[in-house]
Design a protein around this ligand. Structure first.
Ligand code: HEC
Ligand code: HEC
Length: 218
């Protein structure tokens, strides 16, 4: 009996502390995004063929974790450095910008418009259409390798996991991902526990996985 009473009380207090520590303010997120948009685009769609990665729709926990890694310079990147420091982006603002970006939905295909849709609305919708172009590579090999090596964490359709630090790989720029995989292989960026994972993969296999991912959002 005692357990039954104490347990909910404990849960409440934990939840309260969590909410207080990680307050999310989407308006603040939108304001911060005006700075990020200079490189990552107004809708977090990234740009310059993946020199600036897409941020829209990435899991909030993943975005928050990466911002902390940039802040601590555990993930080193010169363009990001001035935007992740404590003066520009205090640690308590991270949940707000992470939540804001995570909630932006881009579609991979232009929807059918009905005749009442105004030209202006069409333009706004078109700005949120984002599709990765197909890249060359052995599709069948890529599918096999992806399902064997990557699916367990990045999802059956490359969609990642919403409430985790596992990002989606579909809808991300191929050039950007190739760059990250080189960094993982060299140990310049940490992937997951297994450090040798990418170092052992050959270039053909990597390209094949990218070919498979590039059509997943079609
Ligand atoms: C001057 C350009 C620039 C600005 C401004 C900028 N970034 Fe970036 N950002 C980059 C680049 C370049 C990378 C890719 C780093 C790499 O190649 O590893 C990046 C990577 C990231 C990533 C990692 C994405 C992933 O998939 O792992 C996150 C998260 C991020 N930026 C968030 C932000 C936020 C939030 C802001 C605004 C506070 C911001 N950035 C402002 C250039 C910029
Ligand atoms: C055990 C789980 C796991 C497996 C298996 C896995 N990943 Fe990951 N992957 C992660 C995690 C976690 C991250 C985020 C790393 C971090 O914290 O910076 C990540 C990040 C990445 C990124 C960077 C994404 C970005 O937006 O910057 C790429 C690219 C990637 N993985 C590719 C792959 C590929 C390709 C495979 C299969 C060959 C694979 N991963 C297998 C867990 C995994």
């Amino acid at each position: 009996m005692l357990k039954i009473i104490i347990f909910p009380i404990l849960l409440c207090s934990v939840q309260f502390a969590y909410a207080k520590e990680f307050e999310i303010d989407l308006e603040l997120g939108a304001e911060i995004n005006e700075v990020c948009a200079g490189c990552h685009g107004e809708y977090g769609e990234g740009g310059k063929q993946g020199e600036y990665p897409r941020l829209a729709g990435l899991p909030a926990d993943y975005i928050a974790q990466q911002l902390k890694l940039f802040k601590e310079e555990k993930r080193k990147n010169i363009p990001m450095r001035p935007y992740a420091n404590e003066r520009e982006l205090p640690v308590e603002d991270i949940p707000s910008i992470a939540a804001f970006l995570s909630r932006i939905e881009l579609t991979s295909q232009m929807p059918e418009f009905d005749k009442n849709t105004s030209a202006y609305d069409k333009l706004l919708i078109a700005k949120k259409v984002f599709n990765i172009s197909r890249v060359e590579g052995n599709f069948a090999l890529g599918k096999k390798a992806y399902n064997k090596e990557c699916k367990s964490c990045h999802g059956k359709k490359g969609q990642g996991k919403k409430n985790s630090n596992m990002p989606q790989l579909t809808g991300q720029y191929i050039e950007y991902m190739l760059k990250q995989m080189k960094q993982f292989a060299k140990g310049e960026r940490e992937h997951d526990d297994d450090a040798d994972f990418f170092a052992e993969m050959n270039a053909e296999e990597v390209q094949a996985i990218m070919a498979y991912l590039s059509v997943m959002d079609d």
